[in-house]
Design a protein around this ligand. Structure first.
Ligand code: BG6
Length: 297
């Protein structure tokens, strides 16, 4: 069970996908504030992964204390060394992202994703659910992330600033993604809300047709995380559904993706990466977009 709040909860959702895929283990991701007040079934032997930048979020801390009393093992993924959650956990890994100064957690989020990936890889190796070749491939993929992030910062900032200026007057934004990028859509929307005070919602791209599509018109920018992954064709058809209703599509795309580039009004480009690693890249343009819209407003 992964327990967290806010941005850390979004990292937990990516962790769920990673651990289920690589380790073939059931994972539930819980809002600490809900987990704390209801009466969850916890058995000794259950492992609770607590994710927290500050290590002090009250709901997460109390949820863990309750679970610990019921015999759960607590594994903390925490940024602040020596914080309350770090001290009460049985085991854990610090993210060592450095201090988060603003309220919006950014580098701590990407660091949480890295720790979750390493955790899933090690657990998969121990459980024998990953081949040595795939293990090595994913370690190399993680190793390549800093250079790819540097590429985004070097080559995309100007384009993202221009997008920010273009959509500065929007009252609402919708963020859509599938698979590993569904949590990234949620995180993109949260960053925009926290930093620019614009209303934004994140949704699984396919679920959009069961309600939110009613809101789509020429006033609504829709941000798609549409990088190349096994769902690419499906996300292209979701983009076409939005365009048919005159929504303005902004997309995060993989370098060289002409299909989505031709459909969208604006694109933010990231380098290609393995699907399990790509959330680490696709979140960066969304963090920058929120930042530059905030600055521009
Ligand atoms: C919120 C912050 O109050 O706490 C979010 O605004 C943050 O940005 C959330 O993600 C959870 O904090 P933490 O420290 O437990 O990760």
């Amino acid at each position: 069970v992964i327990v967290a709040c806010g941005t850390s909860w979004h990292a937990g959702l990516v962790g769920e996908y990673l651990i289920e895929e690589l380790c073939r283990l059931n994972v539930e991701v819980e809002y600490a504030s809900e987990f704390r007040y209801r009466n969850p079934v916890i058995s000794s032997g259950d492992v609770i992964i607590a994710i927290s930048q500050s290590g002090e979020t009250a709901d997460t801390l109390v949820a863990l204390e309750n679970a610990k009393k019921q015999g759960a093992t607590i594994f903390g993924i925490v940024n602040v060394v020596g914080s309350s959650i770090a001290r009460m956990a049985h085991a854990g890994a610090y993210t060592h992202a450095g201090p988060e100064i603003g309220v919006a957690s950014t580098k701590a989020f990407t660091a949480q994703l890295v720790v979750l990936h390493l955790f899933a890889l090690k657990l998969a190796e121990l459980r024998g659910t990953i081949t040595p070749e795939r293990f090595r491939e994913l370690v190399h993929e993680l190793d390549a992330v800093p250079d790819k992030v540097a590429w985004i910062l070097q080559h995309q900032e100007e384009a993202i600033q221009a997008i920010a200026r273009r959509y500065i007057d929007a009252h609402d934004f919708l963020y859509l993604g599938r698979g590993y990028h569904f949590p990234i859509a949620l995180e993109g929307a949260l960053k925009l809300k926290e930093i620019s005070y614009i209303h934004a919602e994140g949704y699984p791209a396919a679920e959009m047709k069961h309600g939110p599509i009613a809101l789509v018109d020429e006033q609504l920018p829709v941000v798609f995380v549409a990088t190349r992954d096994p769902y690419h064709e499906k996300i292209v058809s979701n983009i076409q559904e939005i365009i048919a209703r005159k929504g303005k599509v902004i997309a995060v795309v993989t370098e060289g993706d002409q299909v989505v580039t031709d459909l969208a009004e604006a694109v933010m480009t990231v380098p290609a990466a393995d699907e399990t690693v790509s959330p680490l890249l696709s979140v960066i343009p969304l963090q920058l977009l929120a930042y530059y819209i905030g600055v521009a407003r």
